[in-house]
Design a protein around this ligand. Sequence first.
Ligand code: SAM
Ligand code: SF4
Length: 335
Amino acid sequence: MTAPLIDPFQRAISYLRVSVTDRCDFRCVYCMSENMQFLPKKELLSLEELDWISTVFVRLGVQKLRITGGEPLVRRDILKYFQGMSRHLDSGALRELTLTTNGSQLERFAADLVACGVKRVNISLDTLDEAKFAEITRWGRLPQVMRGIDAAQAAGLRVKINVVALKGFNEAELFDIVAWCADRDMDLTFIEVMPMGDLGNEDRLDQYWSLKDLRMRLGEQYQLTDLAERSGGPARYVRLEETGQKIGFITPLSHNFCESCNRVRLTCTGELYMCLGQEDMADLRAPMREHPGDDDVLEDAIRAAIRLKPKGHDFDYSRQKVDGQMTRHMSHTGG
Ligand code: SAM
Ligand code: SF4
């Protein structure tokens, strides 16, 4: 029997997020600058390398894989990777294969993803207004994403909508978004904006809309019941008694979820980040390329990395300055 991955704080690692590309067909203002320099192909893990490392993680006890990016569905031939991972669903080693996407390519991919065993998708959408959607994503077009959401639901995928809470941008749409998700039977999670990357002229504190405030506003219209449910990540949930909807809040800036953290993140270049809020990472691509196909070497490198998983992270807006600001973009670690 292979020993599971346990970090120095006795947390079992059962959840891996894999960023499969740094590229994207959108340029969301809080995530990327307009003129992004993307990595040359040789820097990226190949689809074979992605399959290999994911497979070793599954053997070491990872039960949930979330595929992200960049925009995962713009990576060429990405379906091959999903098809490969479906064998771990078939064997029972993997419990869930899922992805986070901007929805732009779902019209094309939804049915194929279902065929690979994907049952749920997270789709990011910050506004229901076409003009505002074009403004926040710069390159995105709302009707295309709406067609993607239709296709996902038609294919039988359970959809969760992720909304980044942005002050002065989608505040006024709060109730419309809640009602729209209820109407379409989609789950909904709000995400607090995080200090990621150097995006030039966007002022992070200007965009910051605390979920505490958002929640208070929700409470003016609905009766909220806190749910005990935890996912091992930063999400907390409430139920709206009037509609029965479950709504999630992701406040990654708070420290209060670190003790139950069960996840690590692999970038598209094979760096393993043990914590979203720390710069510490382990380069797994080097051992993979020096010892191609050698499971033992890769397993040792993964175990050594997990031994470095820190206790928690250091974001803090509370002193009106962005402490612990990360220099890398969300599209690099995959959110
Ligand atoms: N392209 C896909 C998408 O947009 O869903 C997957 C990658 S994206 C980096 C993953 C999630 O991170 C999205 O829900 C996005 O809204 C969120 N995100 C990006 N930058 C963020 C930031 N600075 N603060 C909070 N969430 C952010
Ligand atoms: Fe692309 Fe997602 Fe980042 Fe938007 S949030 S730019 S869709 S990676």
